[in-house]
Design a protein around this ligand. Structure first.
Ligand code: KDG
Length: 328
């Protein structure tokens, strides 16, 4: 039977400058639709899962653009509520060589930040195998923290597995605010993505060691599995990346990829998450899961926009036969 994944989060309009343009020079913006949870939902829907995104977008043509984006990629939009006045927006200034890309958020007072989601927990989780949430939603308001905690408690009651991507965004909240929110949600999490920038900041453990998974497990024994990518930034267009999954003290690690040149790195973490969720829901081994998820994240860097458009079979084929030839 097709597995069902439910996610909850804000969709954003993304306006990016052309490569080599600073915000101050911009004479045109390229339009994409983003949102960490939407990116995961789309990726999984494209791989054949039933995915539904619970979100709130305005009832006008720009809000409709976001709904169309979900529909184009086969995401179930039954839990999309159209009300309020603003679709949150983010601006992305391109990176180059040593200049990293820059994000400016313009999402205050968006429909998602200000309106209340009417769908109740029972409706949202009916038939769900997994619920995926991120720290971005928690950063938006105390109302969202309360609503997410309520939904997580219900998920626990109904034995729906929960995945959390901590996804810390420094421009949305302070580390202290984030720590307080994470302390509320972590007791309900089964699978947790705590990246090299997240867990060390929140749990005061060193960054240059994987010990932070052990430290987190000590504090939250309910968490079955941790997943994250590790990235070395050589320049804005050249990164090295590998993925890791930690369970019961054992680490499954992917090979390390040299990613050069980078077309667009936004959404690579979501692509990794989608790969991990796919591995978990298809009962793949952790070794296979980490290789699969990492390859999806790596390949995402070659695609413009926030979503991974990599077919599942493409990754499977590459893993089976890592050759660099043209596919004819
Ligand atoms: O930054 C955010 O809040 C977004 O959701 C936009 C992007 O799609 C997201 O960061 C990618 O992970």
């Amino acid at each position: 039977m097709t597995k069902k994944v439910v996610t909850l989060g804000e969709m954003l309009l993304r306006l990016s400058t052309r490569t080599g343009q600073r915000f101050s020079q911009a004479d045109a913006f390229q339009v994409h639709i983003g949102g960490a949870e939407a990116n995961v939902a789309i990726n999984l829907a494209r791989w054949g899962y039933h995915t539904a995104l619970a979100t709130i977008v305005p009832d006008h043509p720009i809000g409709q653009l976001a709904v169309d984006h979900l529909e184009r990629h086969q995401v179930d939009t039954a839990f999309v509520e159209q009300k309020g006045t603003r679709l949150g927006t983010y601006y992305l200034e391109s990176g180059n060589h040593i200049k990293q890309p820059k994000v400016v958020y313009d999402r205050a007072f968006s429909s998602f930040a200000t309106e209340h989601l009417e769908h109740d927990d029972h409706t949202l989780l009916a038939g769900a195998d997994l619920l995926h949430v991120t720290g971005i939603t928690l950063a938006l308001s105390s109302q969202w923290i309360d609503r997410v905690v309520q939904l997580l408690k219900y998920a626990k009651e109904k034995q729906v597995k929960v995945s959390l991507d901590m996804n810390y965004r420094a421009s949305l909240w302070s580390i202290e605010e984030a720590r307080l929110a994470f302390e509320k949600v972590l007791p309900y999490i089964d699978y947790c993505s705590a990246g090299q920038l997240d867990a060390p900041a929140f749990f005061g453990v060193s960054d240059d060691t994987d010990d932070y998974f052990t430290a987190m497990k000590r504090s939250y024994p309910n968490i079955e599995l941790f997943y994250s990518t590790k990235r070395d930034v050589i320049s804005a267009s050249h990164h090295k990346l590998h993925g890791q999954i930690w369970q019961d003290g054992a680490v499954a690690q992917s090979k390390q990829y040299d990613i050069y040149p980078i077309v667009d790195r936004v959404g690579a973490g979501d692509a990794f998450t989608a790969g991990v969720i796919h591995g978990l829901l298809s009962n793949a081994t952790l070794d296979y899961t980490v290789q699969f998820a990492t390859l999806n994240a790596v390949l995402k860097h070659s695609i413009e926009g926030d979503i991974s458009l990599i077919e599942r079979q493409e990754i499977e084929q590459l893993l089976a036969n890592q050759s660099g030839g043209i596919s004819r």
